[in-house]
Design a protein around this ligand. Structure first.
Ligand SMILES: Nc1ncnc2c1ncn2[C@@H]1O[C@H](COP(=O)(O)OP(=O)(O)OP(=O)(O)O)[C@@H](O)[C@H]1O
Ligand SMILES: [Mg+2]
Length: 149
C-alpha cells in the first residue's frame, strides 16, 4: 500500500490499534529514515489519547535500545535493535520473555531469529516522492485477516 502523507500514516496506526491487545508484538523492517519511529510514535500517541492520557514525546531508542511507556493497565516497550550485532545480544534483551501486559514494538527486527507466533510484521520502503512510502504487512497468528485499508 502506498502512504502519501504523515496523516495517512496516522490513519494506518489507528487501524493497527483497533486490533492491538496487551500481548502484542509488532516488528518493523526498513532502512534508515523510512519512518519506523514515526509510525511507532503515532501508535503510542494514539494509544495514550484513547486511554485518556496526555501524549508524550516518543523518541528514537537507537542509543538506549528500549524506551518504555506506561498506559493504564499495560505498557509499551519500544525497541530499536540497530546497534545490536548478534542474536545472542538480542536474546539477552529478553524482548519476548516478559509477555504480561506488554506491547512490544521493535525497529530493525531483521536481526531477530526466534519470533513469537502472533506478530504483525511491517515493511516500509521509500518511494520516489520525498513524503511517500510503501508499506507492506506480513500477518502471523492472530493478525491473519488484518486489513489496513
Ligand atoms: N509518509 C511518511 N511516512 C513516514 N515518515 C515520513 C513520511 N513522509 C515523511 N516522513 C518523514 O521521514 C522521517 C522518518 O524518520 P524516522 O525516524 O521515523 O525513520 P526510522 O525508520 O525510524 O529511522 P531509523 O532507522 O534511523 O530509526 C521523518 O522525518 C518523517 O517525518
Ligand atoms: Mg527509528
Amino acid at each position: 500500500m502506498i502512504i502519501k502523507s504523515l496523516d495517512q500514516l496516522n490513519q494506518i496506526s489507528l487501524k493497527i490499534i483497533k486490533k492491538i491487545n496487551k500481548l502484542d508484538c509488532i516488528l518493523l523492517f526498513g532502512e534508515i529514515g523510512v519512518g519506523k519511529t514515526t509510525l511507532t510514535r503515532a501508535i503510542i500517541n494514539n494509544l495514550q489519547t484513547q486511554n485518556k492520557q496526555k501524549e508524550t514525546e516518543v523518541l528514537s531508542p537507537t542509543f538506549n535500545i528500549v524506551y518504555e511507556y506506561e498506559i493504564n493497565s499495560f505498557k509499551i516497550m519500544h525497541y530499536d535493535l540497530y546497534r545490536l550485532k548478534t542474536d545472542k545480544e538480542v536474546r539477552q534483551l529478553g524482548i519476548f520473555d516478559h509477555d504480561i501486559n506488554t506491547i512490544k514494538i521493535v525497529e530493525w527486527a531483521e536481526i531477530i531469529k526466534e519470533k513469537p507466533k502472533d506478530r504483525l510484521e511491517i515493511y516500509l520502503t521509500h518511494e520516489d516522492n520525498k513524503d511517500t512510502r510503501n508499506i507492506k504487512f506480513k500477518l502471523f497468528g492472530k493478525w491473519e485477516g488484518f486489513n489496513a485499508n
